[in-house]
Design a protein around this ligand. Structure first.
Ligand code: 0RA
Length: 634
């Protein structure tokens, strides 16, 4: 940016009352997501300084009492007098909605879109906020409370360096929680560091006994991002392929690497935002990929006799890729505003991926051969799966209205009111069938461990009996035929034993849902049952405990363990139907956990990394990342 910044460039719109009145309109919500959003907003401003070429380091510190400081070594927020407001520019930036350089096309601002609501929103939602600016050879300081300055901008003396520190305490009146989730912040900051090559981003958490800290700085940028996602995978091209271009103000970077697994992991970012609904950058990438691989296979005579073309799904099997575009005026569309709409982006991405990939394949014929063979194998498997599906369909299995033999269905047919329990083991299944309310609760018993879909190709997945039964019972179809609106139950409850095997089966089921029925998770239809661990009885008193600390609490309340009969349930099968009903299935008394995907990238990586043989990290993951406790029945 060559244009000099002056205070008059800042356009003045509105005061901050609007923000306090309707915080959700600006930051999405006032729960933990909104709370994290405050940090992202401030960090985004610093990232913009970095993108403009003026900042190399950003540090985020969470202090003991929950206030947060974000420091960068950029140019510093301007402090000169605003020509019409007669206040320093920083005060205007902090107290006026949408003030900032970004409304005129000469001040190039890249981040934002989703977050780019302006730092004034953070100020408006903070009990107090302090800004320190090192600029024009001086240290400047101002404090605000509930959005209003408590004193004029203060000159605290001469300094040499430049930068900005924004320190803020989110308002406890506005936010439901002030308890940041460190790992979530770490993941986002790591992602930002990957997406902005060479930028150093640190995060420090001082709340616990021991300080926690991460320093991220990736000189390889998104190439390192791809390596990180492919950790523990056997890759086909040893180094991720990387393309970069700049055209008409649009910056495009792509990194990609194939591995011998079966999942497609393609993430598209626009201005550092994960555009989970895709958009023009993603479609440009996909069409170039399919076209280029087909052309190369044709020219290099790799199709042999068998096949004439590969589909998009075939060429993306086992592909990990990051597409990152940066552009001055992103248009975010779609339901969640996470789909890039700028039409000119498609051609730019298509051109660079087409040219770059062609060159890579031609220059690396042995790796190219591996990749094409893998795509061909994917095509064959897809063909086999299609045939198996057609065959099964003729036998009225997967499609039509037929249901699996093991399913004890409910009588109600309104999906809004219906639940299905996927139950570990035939004996627990039997208890559940007796226990249930057959009007709205269906039971599908599953025998033993279901297939790990992370390690199997489509044809095997769809010929697995347990998985077939699940697909038939759900009614949605699968793969290209999947249709969430056909779901037969809007509560799909996984019910497994409270032991290591149960945790494993639950993970296998979660993997199946994550990889093949992700939309059902996104729609909030997937839950985990919480059976009790103990039954406690003393005289006529009887109760259940769902974990050890609950059990200890009950024993304390009952005046110690004397005369208390404690039964530890090793599995669901040890409960009789009445007990199973009242503890785990009765909507008024049970607790079920809703499965939510907090962070797609980490979820994807973790599923691939952890579907190996380690049980412990898997269990921790399930407990810490995938679930949000929500008692839906209260
Ligand atoms: C407006 C204009 C300029 C810089 C900034 C804002 C700025 C904002 C933040 C927020 C956190 N860190 C920041 N660093 C800079 C350009 C100033 C110039 O031209 O010198």
């Amino acid at each position: 940016m060559t244009q000099e910044y002056t205070a008059k460039k800042i356009q003045v719109l509105k005061g901050l009352e609007a923000v306090r009145k309707r915080p959700a309109m600006y930051i999405g919500s006032t729960d933990i997501y909104g709370l994290h959003h405050l940090i992202y907003e401030v960090v985004d401003n610093s990232v913009d300084e970095a993108l403009a070429g003026h900042c190399t380091e950003i540090e985020v510190v969470i202090h003991t009492d929950g206030h947060v400081a974000v420091t960068d070594n950029g140019r510093g927020i301007p402090v000169d007098m605003h020509p019409t407001q007669h206040r320093p520019a920083v005060e205007v930036v902090m107290t006026t909605l949408h003030a900032g350089g970004k409304f005129d096309d000469t001040s190039y601002k890249v981040s934002g879109g989703l977050h780019g609501v302006g730092v004034s929103v953070v100020n408006g939602l903070s009990e107090w906020l302090e800004v320190d600016i090192w600029r024009d050879e001086h240290h400047w300081f101002q404090r605000y409370e509930n959005g209003d300055p408590v004193a004029d901008l203060e000159n605290k003396g001469p300094v040499d360096e430049t930068g900005t520190r924004v320190t803020f305490m989110p308002s406890p009146v506005i936010f439901e929680t002030l308890d940041y989730h460190f790992e979530t912040l770490v993941q986002r900051l790591r992602e930002l560091a990957f997406l902005n090559r060479g930028l150093k981003i640190s995060i420090v958490d001082q709340r616990g006994k021991h300080e926690k800290r991460h320093d991220f700085e990736f000189d390889g940028g998104i190439v390192e991002f791809v390596r990180y996602l492919n950790e523990n995978k056997k890759t086909l091209n040893d180094n991720p392929v990387y393309f970069k271009t700049e055209k008409d103000g649009i910056d495009v970077e792509v990194a990609m690497q194939f591995h011998d697994g079966f999942n497609e992991t393609v993430f598209a970012f626009a201005n550092n935002i994960n555009t989970i609904e895709g958009g023009t950058h993603l479609s440009g990438f996909k069409s170039a990929l399919t076209r280029t691989i087909n052309n190369y296979a044709q020219t290099a005579n790799l199709f042999k006799k068998e096949k004439v073309s590969l589909s998009g799904d075939d060429v993306r099997e086992g592909l990990t890729a990051i597409i990152s575009v940066k552009l001055p005026e992103p248009q975010f569309e779609g339901q969640t505003k996470m789909k890039l709409g700028n039409s000119d982006v498609k051609g730019v991405v298509e051109a660079i991926v087409g040219d770059g990939l062609k060159e890579f394949l031609e220059e690396n014929p042995s790796q190219a051969k591996l990749i094409i063979e893998k795509c061909l194998a994917a095509g064959r498997a897809r063909e086999a799966a299609r045939k198996a599906r057609d065959l099964a369909r003729r036998k009225t299995a997967l499609e039509s209205n037929s249901l699996p033999g093991k399913l004890a269905d409910c009588s109600n047919t309104n999906p809004d009111e219906c639940e299905i329990y996927l139950v570990e083991g035939d004996s627990a299944g039997g208890s559940a069938k007796q226990a249930r309310n057959r009007e709205f609760q269906a039971i599908l018993p599953l025998r033993g461990k279901i297939l790990n879909v992370e390690k199997a190709r489509v044809d095997r997945i769809f010929s697995n009996e347990e998985i077939k039964a699940i697909i038939m019972a759900l009614g949605t179809g699968v793969g290209t035929e999947f249709d969430a609106s056909k779901v037969r139950y809007k509560k799909i409850i996984l019910m497994t034993d409270a032991d290591v095997d149960g945790a494993h089966i639950r993970t296998l089921l979660l993997t199946l849902f994550y990889r093949k029925f992700k939309e059902l998770i996104e729609l909030g239809y997937v839950f985990i049952a919480q059976p009790p661990l103990y039954r406690l009885k003393k005289g006529k008193k009887e109760t259940y405990a769902y974990n050890d600390s609950e059990k200890d609490q009950i024993l304390t309340d009952w005046g110690g363990g004397d005369g208390v009969y404690i039964q530890r349930y090793k599995g669901l099968g040890e409960m009789n139907p009445e007990q199973l009903w009242e503890t785990t299935m009765e909507p008024d008394s049970r607790t079920i956990l809703q499965v939510v995907i907090e962070d797609v990238i980490e979820a994807d990586r973790i599923f691939t990394v952890l579907m190996g043989d380690e049980v412990e990290p898997r269990r921790e993951f399930i407990q810490e990342n995938a679930l949000k406790v929500k008692n839906l029945d209260i």
